[in-house]
Design a protein around this ligand. Structure first.
Ligand SMILES: Cc1cc2nc3c(=O)[nH]c(=O)nc-3n(C[C@H](O)[C@H](O)[C@H](O)COP(=O)(O)OP(=O)(O)OC[C@H]3O[C@@H](n4cnc5c(N)ncnc54)[C@H](O)[C@@H]3O)c2cc1C
Length: 326
């Protein structure tokens, strides 16, 4: 992992093998992760293009799912993993996620004859602006640029025009060395997006729990967090393992009657809250510090804190979490 300043100067290089072998960073393309998970499911388990419009409880505790195409599904158990705008979370009483004041451009640079970068993450810390890139395959390089923006929404033109998005992303880093801009240039339009960074703080006794009856939410649908610790998707995966274990135990112990699914969901909520709430708060604080614009603060961060004070172990300590195997 390498950290640079916006003028291209290397502030710090972390060597995981030498400094802390318990740590690592793995970059996985979302498509590959999803296809890998999907390939483990029995054939015909997945039904695509089924956008949920609303959910309605039935008197016996099942749920009627109304889909956008007008069809309905009757479900004994619903696991809502439908992201930050989850209609299921809304139905459960969760507030909309809060905008952090920062947004991010993202994309995947494509190099059909092979990408030229070593297998490490490069971060660039500027003033109110930071970016990073990392190879995710022999031909693809993921990149992001995170910037301060009072408004979460891009103008209507930018939402529909990916080449304009690329132009805006490059404009932000026009005074930086050109390596990142060239990765942006190599990103096919469909990979480029602008996303407002949001989170939801799950205050005890204020926020609803993640389950209601036999309906439960996981991942961003429950605990959207800003990506400053790189833990949102990791936590969604951890949620899935914990939930699957609790659900399997309830169903196995249920004597054929389905078991205490509601109790399993409540147990999942108790176990996961202690992990996801502190991470959400910490990610928010880290994001605010990294997006500082004050030149003196940025100077101290880049010339004292990063080169001299930061240690790999404490820096990535939040990733040390085991949810055991399934
Ligand atoms: C800039 C940025 C960088 C990030 N970097 C990292 C990182 O380095 N590491 C990390 O761990 N996390 C990172 N994250 C966070 C990560 O992307 C999310 O936490 C993760 O995608 C959450 O997974 P999820 O399955 O809960 O939700 P999503 O990935 O949002 O998936 C939700 C799914 O639900 C579907 N859906 C939505 N609405 C409906 C509906 N009405 N009906 C049916 N389906 C619906 C969507 O189509 C989608 O398939 C980053 C996020 C951002 C914005």
């Amino acid at each position: 992992m390498v950290v640079k300043s916006e003028d291209g100067r290397e502030l710090r290089s972390f060597n995981f093998k030498e400094e802390d072998q318990s740590q690592e960073v793995r970059a996985v393309e979302r498509r590959v992760l999803l296809e890998t998970l999907a390939s483990k499911l029995p054939k015909d388990t997945l039904r695509f293009s089924s956008k949920l419009a609303s959910i309605e409880p039935t008197p016996n505790g099942d749920s009627l799912l109304h889909l956008m195409d007008g069809s309905n599904l009757l479900a004994k158990i619903v696991i809502g993993c439908d992201g930050i705008r989850s209609p299921i979370a809304k139905w459960m009483g969760f507030s909309d996620p809060n905008y952090s004041g920062h947004s991010a451009f993202r994309g995947l640079g494509y190099y059909p004859s092979g990408q030229p970068y070593p297998p490490k993450v490069t971060y660039v810390y500027g003033r109110g602006l930071r970016a990073g890139f990392v190879p995710v395959s022999p031909t693809k390089v993921y990149w992001f640029i995170c910037f301060n923006s009072p408004s979460p929404s891009p103008t209507p033109t930018t939402t529909t025009n990916p080449s304009l998005l690329k132009q805006q992303a490059k404009q932000l880093i026009s005074h930086w060395p050109t390596d990142l801009a060239s990765i942006v240039d190599r990103s096919p339009d469909e990979t480029v997006s602008r996303t407002p960074l949001v989170d939801r703080w799950l205050w005890p006794a204020v926020s609803p729990g993640p389950s209601r009856g036999r309906v439960v939410v996981v991942g961003d649908a429950w605990h959207p967090m800003t990506p400053n610790l790189g833990q949102g998707a990791c936590c969604a995966l951890e949620d899935s393992v914990v939930l699957a274990k609790k659900l399997a135990a309830a169903i196995k112990g249920g004597g054929g009657g389905g078991g205490d699914v509601e109790g399993a969901f409540r147990g999942y909520g108790r176990e996961r809250w202690g992990r996801v709430f502190p991470l959400t708060a910490r990610a928010s604080v880290v994001g605010s510090v990294l997006q500082w614009e004050n030149p003196l603060v940025c100077y101290v961060r880049n010339n004292v804190v990063i080169p001299k004070l930061v240690r790999l172990g404490p820096l990535l300590e939040h990733t040390n979490f085991s949810c055991d195997t399934l």
